[in-house]
Design a protein around this ligand. Structure first.
Ligand code: APR
Length: 236
């Protein structure tokens, strides 16, 4: 089976009602990154940060996967699909995708603030992290989110996945945030790249197949193009 590696961002979940970050009216127009998505912000005002992620978590708990998520899960019948997501929601898993790594962490998990390896699953019936919640090591519990300025522990794994790709698909990310945005440079020369996004995404790499559509419609188009690509190759 061909290896299809899919890098997703906030636009993947937009049709499920989850706000993106950098579109007009997106989250970063309403909050300052420094306040809610950095370790310094958490030290300065932990309540603000917990409230921000508690709200995101509640939104994501009530969200449903869209046709794009479902389409990617269905592609597993024909391809080995591996998803690398920057999203902290669990809509790929809810859609049934079996191989998903979360580069920027997961909303449904909390962790120790002094040991990144002490991770806990939150209870969906009681999902908020409270200001006096502590980890067994005595440190305050914090969201299991990779904040700006922090290392991205799954990067090496993601790079290796992209190196092994027979096709790379990028869906709903403005490719503004590194190191994730640099993953596109790990594909081998000649490997087809597809970008699904209703808006223009600036990339400086060889040949890219742009699918200027939202995630749901875009995944339908992607399936057609992949079929064409791989049938063409097997005839040569
Ligand atoms: N379908 C597909 N793409 C869409 C849709 C849609 N329905 N709606 C919007 N988009 C696209 C936008 O055009 C934009 O290119 O999704 C992209 C969203 O970009 P960002 O808001 O920058 O989100 P993302 O790239 O995921 O951000 C990366 O930044 O702050 C952080 O940690 C956070 O993981 C996040 C990272």
């Amino acid at each position: 089976m061909k290896n299809i590696v899919v890098l997703t961002g906030a636009g993947m979940s937009a049709e499920s009602g989850i706000a993106t970050f950098r579109d007009s009216g997106g989250l970063w127009a309403q909050y300052r990154v420094e306040d809610v998505a950095t370790p310094e912000g958490f030290r300065r005002n932990p309540q603000l940060v917990l409230d921000f992620y508690n709200k995101r978590r509640r939104e994501s708990l009530s969200a449903k996967p869209n046709e794009g998520h479902l389409g990617l899960a269905e592609m597993e019948k024909e391809y080995n699909v591996q998803i690398i997501t920057q999203n902290v929601d669990n809509l790929h898993e809810k859609a049934g995708s079996s191989s998903v790594i979360h580069l920027h962490g997961e909303l449904m998990k909390a962790r120790s603030s002094i040991n990144a390896n002490k991770i806990y699953l939150l209870d969906s019936d009681n999902p908020d992290i409270k200001i006096d919640d502590v980890c067994e090591d005595g440190s305050p519990l914090r969201p299991h989110i990779v904040w700006f300025g922090e290392a991205v522990p799954l990067m090496e794994k993601a790079e290796e996945m992209v190196r092994q790709a027979d096709a790379l698909v990028v869906i709903g990310t403005s490719l503004n945030v590194y190191p994730a945005a640099g993953l596109i440079n790990y594909v081998h020369d000649g490997t087809p790249i597809y970008i699904i996004d209703p808006n223009e995404v600036a990339v400086s790499r060889g040949k890219i197949n742009f699918i200027r559509k939202g995630a749901s419609e875009g995944v339908v188009e992607l399936k057609r193009l992949l079929k064409e690509e791989f049938n063409k190759k097997s005839k040569v």
